[in-house]
Write a protein that binds this ligand. Structure first.
Ligand code: CUA
Length: 342
């Protein structure tokens, strides 16, 4: 009888084995670096990775059992499907085993996920998703309980070894906060407050990303993250809390005049000046950021001038209008002033 299956030929064993061995190696080759769930740098990320490896191991065992059963059936030829063995296989292999496997994985997941909730943070950082940037505000430096949180848009810095409570919100649409090296992913939902804990275990630079499609520049909504020693973090935070430095020379003074005269302060704040805009990122210490435009350009004078002239050319969809009607020298002066704000 030709049932269409008799001509089906399985790949030769050595070829199949080599492919099976190489596939995970190829996939894992991309699993290191500053934005990797597998290259963990935080307690919560380790819990997530552990759960994932348990699930992968269970999936591999189940896959091998299914494939083994299929090969056994293919090689042993037709048999009476009403036999005792067939009924047992359906009951144990098709009903009992999947139920037990899924329940076991659920319990393992619930136990591991306990690590991610139910603890209190030693400090809080607010993060609000915006189209398409991160409004970050760190709790004021210790001993200054009444002070307002310190804005550090588009850059998250954390002290190593401390549990930080991220307070996640959204202003416009749903975004998702995810720093894979440090911990799990959690949506930022308008009208809701979600909380996520991060406990970094080593210093270094990492990269977060928005993990929920939120519009045109979703893929360009990156978040540079720096994990520092606690003393360095305290110094950095104190510096960020201070108002902007006075321009040190005539060039940056002229840049500040142009910044204020051009109307940049309608959207951006520079604490210590008349610029008090709230729509866009606070620029008080913008020169100390690692990147421009939420991870799009490295911080630098030429890059800042390019951003001011036409931000939309770097990041299509960005809400900041182009300022290429200004003379190039005026754009350079504004850029020099901004980059001097460390
Ligand atoms: Cu914000 Cu995707």
């Amino acid at each position: 009888m030709d049932d269409g299956l008799s001509s089906f030929r399985l790949p030769r064993a050595p070829v199949a084995a080599a492919a099976a061995a190489l596939a995970p190696a190829a996939l894992l080759a991309g699993c290191s670096g500053p934005q990797s769930w597998a290259d963990t740098a935080g307690v919560e990320a380790e819990a997530v990775a552990r759960l994932l490896w348990i699930m992968v191991a269970a999936a591999v065992v189940i896959w091998l059992l299914v494939i083994g059963t299929m090969l056994f059936a293919a090689r042993s030829g037709p048999s009476d499907p009403r036999g005792r063995g067939a009924r047992g296989l359906v009951i144990w292999g098709g009903m009992v085993a999947p139920t037990v496997a899924v329940l076991a994985l659920l319990v393992a997941g619930l136990i591991l996920m306990r690590d991610l909730t139910g603890r209190t943070g030693e400090l809080t950082v607010e993060a609000t998703g915006e189209q398409w940037w991160w409004r970050i505000a760190h709790a004021a430096p210790a001993g200054d309980a009444d002070a307002a949180p310190v804005p550090t848009p588009n850059e998250l810095r954390l002290p190593v070894g401390r549990t930080v409570e991220m307070v996640l919100r959204a202003d416009d649409v749903i975004h998702s906060f995810w720093v894979p090296s440090l911990g799990g992913k959690l949506d930022m939902i308008p009208g809701r407050v979600n909380r996520l804990h991060l406990t970094p275990t080593r210093t270094g630079r990492f990269r977060g990303a928005c993990a929920e499609f939120c519009g045109e520049a979703h893929a360009q909504m990156a978040l540079p993250v720096v994990v520092m020693q606690p003393e360095a973090y305290a110094d950095w935070l104190a510096g960020q809390a201070a108002p902007a430095a006075e321009p040190a020379d005539a060039r940056t003074r002229r840049g500040r005049e142009l910044f204020l005269a051009t109307g940049c302060g309608a959207c951006h704040a520079i604490r210590g000046t008349a610029a008090e805009g709230k729509l866009g990122p606070d620029l008080t210490h913008v020169g100390s950021r690692l990147t421009i435009g939420a991870g799009q350009l490295p911080m630098g004078r030429a890059e800042m001038a390019r951003w001011i002239a036409d931000a939309g050319a770097v990041k299509p969809g960005v809400r900041m209008p182009a300022f290429d009607m200004l003379p190039a020298e005026e754009i350079r002066l504004i850029a020099d002033y901004l980059v001097s704000l460390e």
